[in-house]
Design a protein around this ligand. Structure first.
Ligand SMILES: Cc1cc2nc3c(=O)[nH]c(=O)nc-3n(C[C@H](O)[C@H](O)[C@H](O)COP(=O)(O)OP(=O)(O)OC[C@H]3O[C@@H](n4cnc5c(N)ncnc54)[C@H](O)[C@@H]3O)c2cc1C
Length: 464
């Protein structure tokens, strides 16, 4: 350890063997059989070749790796589930700290508390908790890592009933840039605990999360497919906002509806609005809650059935496949007629051979119960989140030209963005993820825990 702490002379080669000798996990370098698979992340457009990948086994490995990167001036990428849209889980020429082998999970069903390591995915955690009739709210896709998702905020199927993932976070164990392992919660390092609830991976490497669990057993889940009209989009937002908070919806405007068994063949691969939902409560009350969705237009198809909560992830399993795409997102107070016409018009002009989509999430409910100062995720009053995905396909330039024009039309109507839905969009956009006072506070915490900005391969907050 002592050897690692000494800064090598600049012309001295980086002694990866000394790192390999210190850790309980594995070090993967160029030429190893595993290297090709290990260097890739979910964002297939990022083709980085790291100097080495550390598959950490424990918090001690994390501390060694952090100090090794610091002392060798290596750019450090932290990888949980590898789903960052910007591909921040890998890095050209630097060191990747991959936490995928740290998947320990301890659930105390009586206390309704879980301790979880950062290599777990949302589906792994959710299935284990469901065995006790419990859940912590994560996102819409099972393969996403709990680590990155939590640190950005976490907006998913239970957002209106139970709030963001960070609203269920009790504390973390975190290795900071100086290699110390700290506990951060409401009582200890409270500034750090505030910052990690929305400020992303800027402050250290979380080695354990402590979450609250809620009783969640059977839910009414499924989708209502509707024709893609302005009345439907307008009505969708109104209905979802007025719904009881047990109902959370995530809707997709697509150009090619998948050939779902409950969709008549004439609608396969045609434009549609797929209004997916989870109603966490009595299934009959859930049927009543989605009835206004059905009345927006004659549904093209529908599936609504009681299911164990983790089953909803089967419907979004395709999102687990790595893909090359660009993304633009923003929060809205409301979708006015002009925004709706932009969405419909631009989707009709999408170049992506049916692979592009616009996602509309209606928020509110428990997410808005928490004060905007309580956590670094501060856009608590956002009612709607619109996210555009452009598949790169054969031609990234065309995809990016479309998404930039499309989002350029929507951008003036947005009020902030979710940091976890940022692509590689530059510092100005990172600042939009936080109101100015929140950003200032984050950058003070950053200076305290990471003054040299070691943790910068992320949606980066500059140390003040
Ligand atoms: C298909 C898909 C669906 C999604 N759906 C949702 C959704 O419904 N709701 C939602 O809120 N988000 C969603 N996201 C966004 C997702 O939350 C972010 O991409 C998140 O960063 C992914 O976390 P990860 O651990 O998988 O990613 P990684 O790429 O591994 O990590 C992303 C960043 O998080 C930081 N990080 C990761 N682990 C740690 C750690 N242990 N300590 C410190 N920093 C760490 C690092 O800065 C890293 O660059 C989705 C993403 C995808 C690709």
């Amino acid at each position: 350890m002592e050897a690692l702490l000494q800064r090598p002379l600049l012309d001295e080669p980086i002694d990866l063997e000394s790192l390999a000798g210190c850790i309980n996990g594995r070090l993967i370098v160029t030429g190893d059989d595993e290297y090709e698979a290990a260097r890739h992340v979910h964002q297939a457009a990022v083709d980085a070749r790291p100097l080495a990948i550390v598959r950490a086994a424990d918090a001690r490995d994390v501390a060694f790796t952090v100090l090794f990167a610091r002392d060798n001036e290596l750019e450090l990428a932290i990888r949980g589930g590898g789903h960052s849209a910007a591909g921040h889980g890998t890095v050209d020429g630097g060191l990747v700290l991959d936490l995928a082998d740290m998947r320990g999970l301890h659930i105390d069903p009586d206390a309704r508390v879980a301790w979880a390591q950062p290599g777990l995915t949302a589906i792994e955690f959710t299935e284990a908790a469901a065995a006790h009739g419990l859940a912590t709210p994560f996102g819409d896709t099972g393969s996403v890592g709990i680590a990155g998702l939590t640190l950005g905020g976490g907006i998913g199927w239970l957002v209106r009933k139970h709030g963001l993932t960070i609203d269920a976070l009790i504390g973390v164990e975190i290795v900071t840039a100086d290699g110390r392992q700290l506990v951060a919660n409401a009582l200890e390092h409270a500034d750090l605990f505030w910052a990690v609830r929305g400020g992303g991976g800027n402050f250290g490497v979380v080695t354990r999360f402590q979450y609250r669990l809620f009783p969640v057993a059977m839910v009414l889940g499924g989708a209502v497919l509707l024709p893609p009209t302005s009345d439907v989009l307008r009505g969708l937002v109104d209905v979802a906002r007025a719904a009881p908070r047990e109902l959370s919806t995530i809707s997709f405007l697509v150009n090619a509806a998948p050939p779902l068994p409950f969709l008549a063949p004439e609608h396969h691969f045609k434009p549609a609005v797929i209004a997916m939902f989870v109603y966490d409560g009595d299934p009959e009350a859930g049927q009543a809650a989605i009835e206004p969705l059905r009345r927006l237009a004659t549904p093209l198809g529908e599936m609504a059935m009681p299911m164990p909560y983790p089953a909803i992830y089967q419907f979004t399993a395709e999102g687990a496949n790595p893909s090359a795409s660009s993304m633009r997102s923003g929060f809205f107070a409301a979708l006015d007629d002009e925004a709706i016409e932009t969405i419909l018009g631009e989707m009709a002009a999408a170049p992506g051979a049916g692979m592009d989509f616009t996602q509309i999430r209606v928020l509110g409910g428990a997410m808005a119960d928490v004060s905007s100062e309580a956590t670094a995720f501060a856009h608590r009053d956002a009612n709607v989140m619109v996210t555009v995905h452009a598949a790169h396909g054969e031609d990234r330039a065309t995809a990016d030209a479309w998404i930039n024009r499309y989002f350029g039309l929507l951008a003036p109507k947005t009020n902030g963005v979710y940091s976890n839905f940022l692509d590689d969009e530059g510092e100005g956009r990172v600042r939009e993820a936080y109101p100015s006072a929140t950003y200032q506070r984050l950058s003070h915490v950053k200076r305290r825990y990471d003054p040299s900005n070691l943790f910068r391969r992320n949606q980066n907050i500059r140390p003040r």
